[in-house]
Design a protein. Structure first.
Length: 340
């Protein structure tokens, strides 16, 4: 059977859902001026919304969704960060949303029980949200991406619900109630930001549970030693600023990474020999490290400087003439060198 030709008059209408799939529509205080026709269009096609802090989220979503229980074409993404109008009922309009941002929205009027409306959510950003408790996290089982930065009321029990998670930001989670035990649930995780988690209850052994991780940020976690580094061999992206206990021996475990940031790792044991093994690195940050190279070293490091696309150093890295030569080598390939 020969298929009927595509009706030309439907062509534009049929492509609108694709056009608006990733379009984020800002919602400001003037939303009440939208006509019913505007809202009918928005409710049919726009799936990503970004609310200003004082916009009534519930009122707006009620107008475009009408029925909070209806899962047909629900919003894909809602950014209600810093919003002051969220209450318990608002969360019923968050059902079936794939990605939600309620960071820094703790002063709104809702309690932790409302997280039951988020069962099945894929991505949740709840930084500095004190309504996200251990009990609330029981409704987040199966979540793939989560930000709990500054959520210092959480304990190891919250992490029991994160089995299978792929991406977690727990930066600035400086609470002794989160320990090595929490990391038992993070096996298989691909991306972890635990920068500024400086508590003594997290030690080298914590990283034993994230073997195989691809992206890791442990900046300012100065409790970590060379022993921790043995657990992250094979990492693709590593950011570990200001880890003063790490020596060159520990750094050998991350030489194969594509992105390496050791800003402020100033242990005197770290030398230019570390760079000789970083030949596949594409982005390298060496600011405030003791590494110093001379012009005579360039031949032995030629492969590194031929591959790296972004190099950040300071004037201690080398003399001005050698820095200029390295910069020329990088920039002639379209890369960038920053001297700070």
């Amino acid at each position: 059977m020969i298929p009927a030709p595509h009706p030309l008059h439907n062509l534009v209408r049929d492509t609108i859902p694709i056009i608006f799939e990733d379009f984020i529509q800002p919602v400001t205080d003037s939303f009440h001026k939208f006509s019913d026709c505007d809202l009918e269009f928005f409710g049919s096609f726009v799936r990503c919304w970004q609310f200003s802090p004082h916009v009534n989220v519930k009122s707006f979503l009620r107008r475009i969704r009408r029925d909070a229980e209806t899962p047909s074409r629900p919003p894909f993404y809602i950014d209600a960060s810093r919003n002051m109008t969220i209450d318990n009922e608002t969360f019923t309009f968050f059902r079936h949303v794939r990605e939600l941002n309620i960071s820094f929205a703790s002063f709104a009027q809702y309690n932790s029980s409302v997280f039951s409306n988020l069962r099945g959510i894929h991505t949740l950003r709840a930084a500095n949200n004190n309504r996200l408790t251990d009990e609330a996290c029981t409704h987040l089982r199966g979540i793939q991406c989560l930000s709990i930065e500054l959520c210092t009321s959480l304990t190891d029990h919250a992490f029991e619900n994160f089995h299978g998670i792929k991406s977690l930001c727990m930066a600035n989670l400086q609470t002794s109630s989160v320990t090595n035990q929490a990391f038992l649930q993070l096996r298989g995780i691909q991306k972890l930001d635990m920068s500024n988690c400086v508590q003594a209850t997290i030690t080298d052994d914590a990283l034993r549970n994230i073997v195989g991780i691809r992206e890791l940020d442990i900046s300012n976690c100065n409790q970590f030693t060379d022993s921790a580094m043995t657990h992250i061999r094979g990492v693709d992206t590593i950011r570990m600023q200001n880890l003063t206990q790490i020596t060159e021996n520990g750094l050998r475990n991350i030489c194969g990474a594509r992105i390496i940031d050791i800003w402020g790792c100033n242990n005197a044991n770290i030398t230019k020999n570390f760079l000789r093994n970083c030949s596949h690195c594409e982005e390298l940050v060496l600011v405030k490290t003791p590494i110093h190279v001379q012009r005579d070293d360039l031949n032995s490091m030629s492969q590194l400087f031929s591959n790296v696309m972004l190099l950040r150093v300071d004037d201690r890295f080398s003399d001005s003439e050698t820095l200029a030569q390295i910069q020329e080598c990088i920039e002639e390939r379209g890369g960038k060198m920053m001297i700070e």
